[in-house]
Write a protein that binds this ligand. Structure first.
Ligand code: HEM
Length: 454
């Protein structure tokens, strides 16, 4: 293949001054940003209008709002990606309309539940490497950063299961570059970044460097050791679309951008869920014990088999409850193409709307004792009674996450395997605080020490 390298694009700017992220900075740059948003939602009955000189941002927080924007009138709301283009390029997550459908169709098969059994050994093999690493940490007693640990695991899972490749890059280094863009606190026009209490200006050079590193990753993955030469992987599906003469829009650049999308959207979210769940479990040792008991009951002393994954029901509920309390994507942004009326609230063409999933997830209207960690809420008989669209970790409607089911399998297996051998002990400030980037991150990370069970 001659055309493996794509010319480096110089468009690496951070968010524009008109960016929603930029406008939200004063709200987000607080000790407890989600509390601030919840108090505002309470005050304004679930709809927070932000009226600026030349634009309007409407923050929405009710399930009925999500239904209107994401489902029943979804065609009126287009995707918004200011400042994140360098991460996503023109991958399908950013595209609307007929072209989005066309781009998504050839990839859909990789996320069909029938494929998951094929991915299973690769997910287990990535967890095995993580366990080997944790055994070392247990012997040295050193403090580790959990989000880095789980991000590496999620990235290895994507490379192995979906791309049929070893993970050929250093995820700590690469994902730090990604954060230049997804940490929206960088999206101030003055681009000052608070690094350990000091204000450091992020220069065009920094962003260009971050962009260059990120841009090189897909080619590195493609060139890495092939594991099994499987015929049908996500990567071969992308390559088949590129080779299809009837699909000129799906060029090599599209393949690269789709890979970038998976290497971010399919990894940071999954990693945050696993890291937050370990944090919650460290505060709720009885739930950790219940996971171990479930694993013993289902798998005995052996590793889980594919046909046992469905039976790890409580473990999956822990993951679901974690995504309720700490939804990795806490806000979904759209632009109104035309006027609309959302439950009596006028939306004008051009308005930006933000669905605040976090608020719906924490609302006492939809959840009893919403701040309490209670995985049993997701037991099937209770989950059935849930108000529709009050739980949106993967969004809803046709633009819902393509990898939601896969991520839950990844994290269920990871929890079971890691907790049967180790006790991860959270050693950071309690309670952990939130840093609202595009994803819901822990402020200053989640430091842990690892203890090996005797
Ligand atoms: C806990 C894990 C995950 C969470 C919370 C999550 C969340 C989301 C959300 C909320 C969206 C919709 C964004 C919007 O509408 O603006 C989305 C879209 C997407 N996600 Fe995930 N995701 C997760 C895991 C994954 C995984 C494992 C993959 C793939 C390996 C993946 C790939 C994608 C893609 C490609 C889209 C765009 C779909 C489209 O526009 O057609 N995600 N995700």
């Amino acid at each position: 293949m001659a055309d493996m390298t794509v010319a480096y694009s110089p468009s690496h700017g951070l968010g524009e001054e008109q960016s929603v992220w930029f406008k939200l900075t004063p709200l987000l740059n607080q000790e407890n940003p989600m509390q601030v948003l919840m108090a505002l939602a309470d005050k304004y009955n679930g709809v927070i209008p932000i009226n600026l000189k030349n634009q309007r941002i409407v923050l929405l927080s009710e399930p009925a709002h999500a239904e209107r924007v994401l489902v029943s009138n979804a065609d009126n709301y287009t995707k918004y990606f200011d400042g994140l283009r360098p991460i996503f390029g023109r991958s399908m997550i950013t595209i609307d309309g007929a072209l989005w459908q066309k781009i998504r169709t050839p990839q859909q098969a990789a996320f069909h539940p029938q494929m998951f059994e094929e991915y299973f050994p690769y997910l287990m093999s990535a967890i095995d490497s993580k366990m080997a690493r944790w055994a070392k940490f247990a012997s040295t007693g050193e403090t580790i950063e959990m989000v880095e640990e789980t991000w590496t695991l999620a990235a290895e899972m994507v490379c192995k299961a979906l791309f049929d490749r070893e993970m050929p890059f250093n995820p700590h280094f690469v994902f730090k570059q990604v954060k230049t863009y997804t940490d929206v606190m960088n999206h101030k026009s003055i681009r000052l970044k608070n690094v350990r209490g000091e204000l450091v200006e992020i220069t065009g050079e920094d962003t260009a460097k971050a962009m260059e590193v990120w841009h090189s990753v897909p080619d590195t993955v493609m060139g890495a050791n092939v594991l099994e030469y499987r015929e049908k992987t996500l990567l071969t599906m992308l390559q088949a679309a590129e080779a299809d003469p009837d699909f000129p829009e799906f060029d090599h650049r599209q393949v690269i951008d789709e890979m970038k999308q998976y290497l971010w959207a399919g990894t940071e979210t999954t990693a945050l869920t696993l890291a937050w769940s370990l944090y919650l479990l460290s505060q709720h040792p009885e739930a950790m014990e219940r996971i171990r008991a479930e694993a013993r009951a289902v798998c005995g002393d052996a590793d889980p088999q594919w046909n046992q994954v469905q039976q790890l029901a409580y473990t999956r509920q822990v993951i679901q409850e974690t995504m309720r309390l700490f939804p990795p994507i806490w806000g979904l942004i759209r632009i109104a193409a035309g006027d609309d009326d959302i439950q009596g609230h006028k939306i004008k063409a051009g308005d930006k709307v933000v669905i605040l999933s976090y608020i719906a997830h924490h609302s006492p209207k939809y959840w009893t004792d919403p701040e309490k960690f209670e995985p049993e809420r997701f037991a099937p008989e209770r989950a059935k009674k849930r108000v529709k669209y009050s739980y949106l970790p993967f969004a809803a409607g046709k633009r819902a996450c393509i990898g939601g089911a896969l991520s839950q399998i990844e994290n269920t297996l990871a929890l079971v395997q890691l907790l049967r051998r180790f006790t991860p002990e959270y050693v950071g400030p309690n309670p952990a605080k939130i840093h609202a980037t595009v994803t819901l991150c822990p402020k200053g990370g989640l430091p842990f020490r690892i203890r090996e069970l005797s």
